[in-house]
Ligand binder design. Structure first.
Ligand code: ASP
Length: 314
């Protein structure tokens, strides 16, 4: 009888703590490219990679991984994939070097971590997570961030590791339209109802060295709050910083009671667009609705929604 009772209580406890249907959305940057003009080799590899990424993320979430664990792992995989402007394959700055920015935010605790201008950390998003969990700070930059990474024995690489033949080609023709992937990001809702967001980038091609974009700025490129939504942005970072885009999406929901679709549309297609800025964002609200909004001709994104439907957009 007692065993029976314990078993039922445990079952109820587990089902109550695992309430939400997990949802995951990722992006690989927004830009003024024509999807139909993307090189076939890129598209083939992109679809294969995104498909595998979504399958892994959904398996982890369904097995009880937290949103924070999933966004970190997904963005690390995107950083390791040379198709995107983050980690390996990132764009070059005006000195011909790679400088990386990344951030992560946990919507459960509102804790956040970020790094900027790192040149030797293989996975900047992992370092951002360590800043969040192992320090009382939010943002570490440059040499200080790298010294912290070494202290933690994170994997360090030579700057040349990030540079691929494609990044050199992109750099030489950097005035041409973006023909491959861009900044990366991920937002996830886990089975416990937690939302987390992470973003990682090499920034704008040909940027001044030392320039920091919106990606590592909490509230500009990344934000998450379990009570509202999680957001990861991409685009012309200076506009996203000046307009606190990721937080503005949440603020409209919080103070004006707007649904996520409307607040995302407003900031991307009014605020940013009217100022001449370009870009987009991915987001998930606490009900598990996925929103992708952009004012460019293209945006690379993929998601599995709450009904289990999988979408991959080149
Ligand atoms: N937002 C990034 C930055 O300005 C670049 C991008 O998303 O394409 O650094």
């Amino acid at each position: 009888m007692l065993r029976h009772y314990i078993f039922i209580s445990l079952f109820v406890l587990i089902s109550v703590s695992m309430i939400a249907q997990p949802v995951v959305v990722v992006h690989g940057g927004a830009g003024n490219y024509k999807p139909e003009e993307l090189p076939e080799v890129f598209k083939k590899e992109y679809f294969r990679f995104m498909n595998q990424l979504l399958d892994s993320a959904s398996k982890w979430l369904n097995n009880g991984a937290t949103a924070l664990e999933v966004v970190t792992k997904v963005v690390m995989m995107l950083e390791d994939c040379p198709l995107f402007n983050a980690g390996k394959g990132a764009v070059l700055n005006s000195k011909g070097e790679v400088e990386l920015d990344a951030s992560v935010m946990d919507g459960k605790t509102l804790k956040a971590g970020a790094v900027a201008c790192v040149k030797h950390v293989k996975n900047p998003v992992l370092l951002a997570r360590k800043v969040m969990e192992n320090t009382s700070h939010v943002l570490l930059v440059g040499e200080g961030a790298e010294a912290f990474a070494k202290e933690l024995q994170l994997e360090m690489v030579d700057n040349s590791y990030f540079i691929t033949p494609e990044s050199i080609e992109k750099f030489t023709k950097w005035k041409e339209k973006l023909k491959t992937g861009g900044t990366v990001g991920c937002v996830a809702l886990d089975v416990y109802g937690n939302i987390a967001a992470a973003t990682s980038t090499g920034g704008l091609i040909g940027k001044k060295w030392g320039r920091v974009g919106d990606t590592p700025i909490i509230g500009a490129g990344t934000y998450a709050d379990n009570n509202y939504a999680g957001v990861s942005c991409t685009g012309y970072g200076e506009y996203f910083i000046r307009n606190s885009v990721a937080y503005d999406v949440i603020a409209q929901m919080k103070y004006a009671n707007k649904p996520l679709t409307e607040s995302a549309k407003y900031v991307i297609n009014n605020t940013i667009k009217n100022q001449g800025g370009y870009g987009g964002l991915i987001a998930i609200d606490k009900q598990g609705n996925v929103v992708v909004e952009y004012n460019t001709t293209g945006m690379h994104y993929a998601y599995i929604d709450k009904s289990g439907k999988k979408i991959i957009k080149e």
